[in-house]
Design a binder for this molecule. Structure first.
Ligand code: ZN
Ligand code: ZN
Length: 121
């Protein structure tokens, strides 16, 4: 077991690819997929929801944080999209020096995932 380091100061850091295992869970209504795992920087448990499409547009497969992303082709899997996403620490702990206007409450780390599995509900 890893221990969440609450004392890690907030720094916006891209740690690159991480081999930390992550899982993804689609919500019962099918509108969001949550990627969860352990932050590779502060070791806190983090879960990042990604919305499918935009409400009312009828489009699918566009993630809210990358509005310019073209809709995936049928050959594109959920995993392949999520493996290209940048994930942000959302451990929920206000790390020291957390900016007041920050979008994600966490340690400021971002990363890409290399080990992604479908989570069990
Ligand atoms: Zn973190
Ligand atoms: Zn943390």
């Amino acid at each position: 077991m890893s221990t969440h380091d609450h004392g890690t100061p907030y720094v916006e850091t891209h740690v690159g690819e991480t081999a930390t295992p992550f899982t993804h869970h689609t919500s019962p209504d099918g509108e969001t997929v949550t990627v969860q795992g352990i932050c590779p920087r502060c070791q806190g448990p983090t879960a990042s929801p990604h919305a499918y499409g935009l409400p009312g547009t009828g489009t699918k497969g566009i993630f809210s944080r990358r509005a310019a992303t073209p809709a995936p082709t049928p050959a594109t899997t959920l995993e392949s999209v999520l493996l290209q996403e940048t994930h942000y620490c959302e451990c929920g702990h206000p790390h020291p020096q957390l900016p007041a206007d920050v979008g994600f409450v966490g340690c400021g780390a971002s990363w890409t995932v290399t080990d992604l599995q479908a989570g069990t509900p």
